[in-house]
Design a protein around this ligand. Structure first.
Ligand code: DGJ
Length: 379
């Protein structure tokens, strides 16, 4: 009898293993906007994601969303996946966990968005930055959070979340602009005009500047930058990080005051820095923007909408919003535009739109491909 039970158990294990093995679809292409299953057969749960490339592996970090509209708050934390080919992703667990401790800013139900991780070559630490909103306060807090780990997949130890640059002037705010901002602070302005005139900047000077949609960029010389939507999402702020990447240095600039840019993503090609960002329409898609600079803290020139295609595609960026631009290992001038197709009513169902970046007159452009693979870059 014992033998029969043992055989039944072995047989069941064999059947389940076979089933799991064959249920796993091996991907060999990108299909933007479709369900994208990980190696366990589950739709990838890493929204507002970023990728860290280390040795021969890519690590994808993103917001773990749950079902329904409560999925727009964080109930789990930041999830991490690994891949060697960019198509097939293995779930590596939760890199940064929210806590049940109500006295922690990182309590479940707070909002954690757009986590990005970079590696510090000197300290040998992995450093995660993310947009953080306090529980029950909507998007009012406008903080940036930092966490750190010795291991790429975590666990990441939460350091703190804060407003930026309290009592520090940016490099590109002239005396004349300060006078103008002071004068305009007395005027009755329409919503949004405060960022154009530096009024929101002055308002937050002592308590620290707001930080919402953000990203990180690590340059070839090991210097890293934080790029974020500030001043009620009206103005971008680009800041150099401290050398350990755990805080902001005092070196920073305001970019496109009143330009209403969200979702910034940066890449570097031929010594030039490129940014793709979005407009400001909540979870709804809008036209992307692009910009270029010779220096991260230099002057940024607007390059217009990078999306090519029909009107709807250009106006909605193929129904997506940028989150990261990924240089592909081992291929020259190969960059992937990574974006989210948000589903705020059922956040976990959000989709990923990954498209190759092409160049037109040396400017980055994006076209729609319903299916494509990395050999695109070999053409
Ligand atoms: C658009 C942002 O890009 C998202 O990350 C998120 O903050 C939503 N707005 C919230 O409305």
């Amino acid at each position: 009898m014992k033998k029969v039970i043992k055989s039944i158990i072995y047989l069941s294990i064999l059947i389940v293993s076979f089933h799991n093995y064959f249920a796993q679809e091996k991907h060999s292409s990108f299909k933007p906007g479709e369900i994208w299953k990980d190696t366990d057969g589950v739709h990838i749960n890493a929204h507002g994601a970023g990728v860290l490339t280390k040795n021969d592996t890519y690590y994808l970090f993103g917001e773990h969303k749950v079902k329904g509209s409560r999925g727009n708050q964080s109930w789990v934390g930041v999830r991490v996946y690994s891949s060697k080919d960019l198509y097939n992703w293995k779930n590596e667990g939760v890199a940064l966990k929210v806590t049940k401790d109500p006295s922690s800013k990182l309590v479940e139900g707070s909002v954690i968005e757009r986590p990005k991780v970079i590696y510090n070559d000197k300290t040998k630490k992995y450093v995660m930055w993310f947009h953080h909103e306090l529980k029950g306060r909507g998007y009012d807090a406008a903080l940036v959070g930092v966490a750190v780990s010795d291991n790429v997949t975590g666990p990441y130890n939460y350091i703190d979340s804060f407003r930026m640059h309290a009592n520090v002037w940016p490099k590109n705010f002239t005396e004349k602009q300060k006078e103008h901002a002071k004068k305009m602070s007395q005027e009755k302005l329409k919503w949004g005009e405060g960022s154009v005139h530096g009024v929101y900047f002055l308002r937050d000077f002592k308590s620290g500047q707001m930080s919402r949609d953000m990203t990180l960029f690590k340059d070839d010389d090991g210097v890293a930058y934080h790029i974020t939507a500030s001043e009620e999402n009206g103005t971008l702020i680009i800041s150099k990080l401290s050398s350990d990447f755990l805080s902001l240095s005092d070196e920073y600039i305001r970019v496109f005051p009143g330009g209403n840019n969200e979702a910034p993503a940066i890449f570097k090609k031929d010594k030039k820095y490129f940014m793709i960002s979005s407009g400001l329409t909540g979870w709804d898609p809008n036209s992307a923007r692009s910009a270029m600079a010779d220096n991260m803290l230099g002057s940024w020139i607007s390059l217009g909408n990078p999306a090519r295609g029909n009107e709807k595609e250009r106006k909605t960026t193929f129904h997506s919003q940028s989150t990261h631009i990924l240089p592909v290992m081992g291929k020259k001038d190969a960059y992937i535009f990574m974006a989210d197709r948000w589903m705020p009513q059922n956040a976990i169902n959000g989709r990923y739109v990954w498209l190759p970046i092409e160049f037109e007159d040396e400017k980055p452009i994006i076209k729609w491909y319903s299916e494509w693979s990395l050999d695109f870059f070999d053409k």
